[in-house]
Design a protein around this ligand. Structure first.
Ligand SMILES: Nc1ncnc2c1ncn2[C@@H]1O[C@H](COP(=O)(O)OP(=O)(O)OP(=O)(O)O)[C@@H](O)[C@H]1O
Ligand SMILES: [Mg+2]
Length: 375
């Protein structure tokens, strides 16, 4: 764990960046620090690896106060990922990663093996090994930054806005991949972001800071959404927090998906009209993966892509109520399409069925037990 005990940082000129901060980041979990610009997030992070010296208070790594530890050893135990990746510009991708591995006294050859392995784990092909940072996209640089931080196999990771310098689609990809990686690694992580959606998506627990460096609330994402401690937190979490909360409600086992008739690309208008029960008919490909909806009454020739309305999103069978609701609302038929892990069509759910499901989740706001135990 990483523990803050009444930590304060006052910069020269009486700027109080962090004010009496106390919280615990439990072992193996991801704790997110979130808050408006200037609320002391980066300062808090940099105090952990002693790039910034606290004015007062204690930070512990495990049970050991960081102030008692040798700085070089401390930094070796902590992976650090910063915004824009901060790679060494004159070193190749492989050398950037291997350099951190070498910190633990590992041989050059072994460090290269570790670096190649990490490259793959963060989703980059070995072809990138010989490139320089300026030859990479922002998202690729961020991946190398994460690989570099992992190369010393640290137990602890500090990440300062690691996914902020990329567009929303790449950002979502990086977040998803990182969640998968963290599931395998189980590192003790403190991540900083000012994006509340990112905090709620990634954090096992989320600490909300207010300007002046005071802790407003630390809780699981579910708890922040359903029981914000005060108006500041409620506003920060956002007006659509009810909808966001549905993202944490799983549907597995509670859902009665209705089997729908479907058509395939290439089916004749007659086949489609015979299959359809109402205005809209779902079209799948050869493998049974849904594509979108068509109106059989308007078909004049076998179904092509041009006949299909692509607006509906698909929800995973193991996904959240938020995904399902979105699938239903975005579909022209108002029926949400559900797909299995293999991407194939499973069934549909109607808006009225969803409302019933949502109604049943009213008491599902209990905070996650795991974090409770860890604390
Ligand atoms: N070296 C410094 N000297 C003086 N004041 C500083 C220094 N570094 C940061 N500050 C001030 O401390 C406060 C907290 O800064 P910090 O960088 O920790 O905020 P932050 O929450 O990371 O903000 P952002 O979201 O914009 O990155 C700010 O008011 C900032 O101006
Ligand atoms: Mg910052």
């Amino acid at each position: 764990m990483i523990a803050f005990e009444d930590v304060t940082k006052r910069y020269p000129g009486e700027v109080v960046a962090v004010d009496g901060l106390s919280f615990v980041a439990p072992t193996g979990l991801l704790t997110v620090l979130v808050g408006p610009s200037g609320c002391g997030k980066t300062t808090s992070l940099r105090m952990i690896n002693r790039l910034v010296q606290p004015t007062s208070g204690t930070i512990r790594l495990g049970n050991e106060p960081t102030s008692d530890m040798d700085e070089a050893i401390l930094r070796r135990r902590i992976g650090y990922v910063i915004q824009h990746a901060g790679l060494f510009p004159h070193r190749t991708v492989l050398d950037n990663i291997a350099t951190t591995a070498r910190l633990n006294g590992i041989s050059k050859a072994q460090a290269r093996i570790i670096a190649f392995d990490l490259l793959e784990r963060v989703g980059l092909s070995p072809d990138f090994a010989g490139r320089y940072p300026w030859q990479l996209s922002g998202g690729q640089q961020q991946r190398v930054g994460v690989a570099r931080a992992l190369a010393s196999s640290p137990k602890f990771m500090l990440m300062d806005e690691p996914f902020s310098a990329v567009d929303p689609i790449v950002r979502t990809q990086l977040q998803d991949e990182f969640l998968r990686l963290q599931k395998e690694m189980g590192k003790t992580i403190i991540m900083v972001t000012h994006d509340i959606d990112e905090a709620l998506k990634l954090g096992d627990q989320v600490a909300v800071l207010r300007v002046g460096g005071k802790l407003a609330q630390i809780a699981t994402p579910q708890e922040l959404l359903t029981r914000p401690a005060d108006e500041f937190v409620a506003n920060f979490v956002g007006r659509d927090r009810g909808y966001r909360y549905l993202g944490f409600v799983g549907t597995a086992g509670k859902l009665a998906a209705n089997k729908e008739p479907t058509a395939k690309l290439g089916d004749t208008p007659e086949t489609a009209r015979a299959a359809s029960r109402d205005r809209w008919l779902l079209v799948t490909n050869e493998r049974g993966e849904p594509i979108g909806w068509t109106e059989p009454s308007g078909l004049r020739a076998p179904i092509t892509m041009g006949d299909i309305n692509l607006s509906g999103t698909f929800a995973a069978l193991s996904g959240s109520l938020r995904q399902l609701l979105d699938a239903a609302l975005s579909s022209p038929s108002r029926r949400g399409v559900i797909v299995g892990d293999d991407g194939r069509f499973v069934g549909c759910v109607t808006l009225p069925d969803l409302l019933v499901l949502m109604d049943q989740t009213a008491d599902a706001s209990a905070p996650s037990r795991e974090v409770r135990h860890a604390l």
